[in-house]
Design a protein around this ligand. Structure first.
Ligand SMILES: NC(=O)c1ccc[n+]([C@@H]2O[C@H](COP(=O)([O-])OP(=O)(O)OC[C@H]3O[C@@H](n4cnc5c(N)ncnc54)[C@H](OP(=O)(O)O)[C@@H]3O)[C@@H](O)[C@H]2O)c1
Length: 330
């Protein structure tokens, strides 16, 4: 049986210690499945969290990381309709993109339009769709599209890929947006949006008179806790979707604000409950956002999978500017 190159996690630990390259056998696709040659995969923070064992209750070892990437259907199993060899697809709903060949149920593979570049296609799903879900949750809280105009909304880790997508989307909807970042260097690289306010944490405390109607937080820990406790208006909403600080928001902070709504948003909840049509519609919105630049991601570098350790080191580098991609074919 032919073999192909894959990144494999056989034990939990630090990504740079436990993600190893392996040769895996390439069986023929089973009924209902398609074989995909993965052309580009992204490295996102959310790919590395399961490697640490954080979700060990729902992760089966060994596994191939990578929730996002684009590939070409190479073979189809019996009974597959709607996909054929040569089709370009995004395989959604499970990890496994950091390998040269992926086998996936056909219904989880969604077509990618030809006009998108390989880099756009490889970054079309996780961050744009998370942004769409966060915007939908804000609209839900404030009551519809018009509800976001004039709202004071703070975005933490605003220089991240999702942060930048949120800044652009919310500015376009007329919200009064504040980008919260941890360095002047990142502040200087934020998208030049009219009326965008910026706060740099750690330089000076946020003034007690600074209050938001909503906080969209990917940092957690002290930054998130302080915003929740002291800077969210009564009746406001705190949406957390990440914990880049490595720390949760302290229970005392949550308990101190019974007058606001707090929720943690998971993309996977939507992906696994929405149904194929809703997923396909959401992906179409992601593609539109890529075309008009709202969901564009800067690309820091692309590495062959055979140089995965360099790609992981670049992902961790404090001066990384954009997404690190992998070409699993080499
Ligand atoms: N809940 C979900 O379903 C879901 C889905 C997708 C992503 N996420 C989460 O969303 C977050 C952002 O993902 P992404 O792909 O947009 O990230 P990204 O593009 O890789 O950017 C992350 C950036 O955040 C900043 N950062 C890192 N640690 C920080 C800290 N302790 N405090 C403040 N800023 C910090 C850094 O920018 P500077 O060095 O410039 O400060 C870093 O480059 C991650 O936590 C990820 O796990 C959640």
């Amino acid at each position: 049986m032919p073999e192909y190159l894959a990144a494999l996690v056989a034990e939990y630990g630090r990504p740079e210690d436990v993600i190893r390259l392996a040769s895996l056998p390439r069986p023929a696709p089973k009924p209902g499945m398609v074989d995909i040659t993965v052309e580009r995969a992204a490295i996102n923070p959310s790919d590395l969290i399961p490697v640490t064992g954080a979700y060990s209750n729902r992760t089966v070892l060994p596994f191939v990381p990578g929730f996002e990437g684009v590939g070409i259907v190479s073979r189809v199993g019996a009974g597959v309709i709607g996909l054929k060899p040569g089709d370009r697809v995004l395989p959604l709903g499970a990890s496994g993109l950091w390998q040269a060949t992926l086998q996936r149920p056909a219904e989880w593979c969604l077509a990618v339009p030809d006009d998108l570049s390989i880099e756009q296609a490889a970054t079309a799903y996780v961050n744009p769709m998370t942004t769409l879900r966060l915007i939908a949750a804000l609209k839900d809280h404030f009551g519809g599209f018009a509800g976001l105009a004039g709202r004071r909304i703070a975005i933490t880790a605003a220089g991240s890929a999702i942060g930048r997508m949120l800044l652009k989307t919310l500015s376009a909807e007329g919200a009064e947006v504040t980008a919260i970042v941890r360095s002047e260097r990142t502040a200087a690289r934020l998208p030049p949006l009219p009326g965008l306010l910026t706060l740099v944490t750690g330089q000076q405390p946020i003034g007690r008179d600074t209050v938001f109607d909503a906080v969209v937080d990917a940092v957690g820990g002290e930054t998130g806790g302080d915003l929740l406790r002291h800077h969210l208006a009564a009746g406001g909403v705190f949406l957390q979707y990440g914990a880049l600080s490595g720390m949760p928001i302290a229970q005392a902070m949550l308990s101190a604000r019974p007058d606001v709504r707090f929720s943690f948003l998971w993309l996977r909840t939507f992906v696994h409950s929405a149904g194929r049509q809703a997923l396909s519609n959401a992906l179409s919105q992601c593609f539109d956002g890529l075309r008009d630049g709202t969901f564009a991601s800067d690309i820091a570098a692309t590495y062959p999978l055979s140089r995965l350790s360099e790609a992981l080191a670049h992902q961790k580098a404090p001066d990384r500017l954009g997404k690190v991609l992998i070409d699993p074919r080499c």
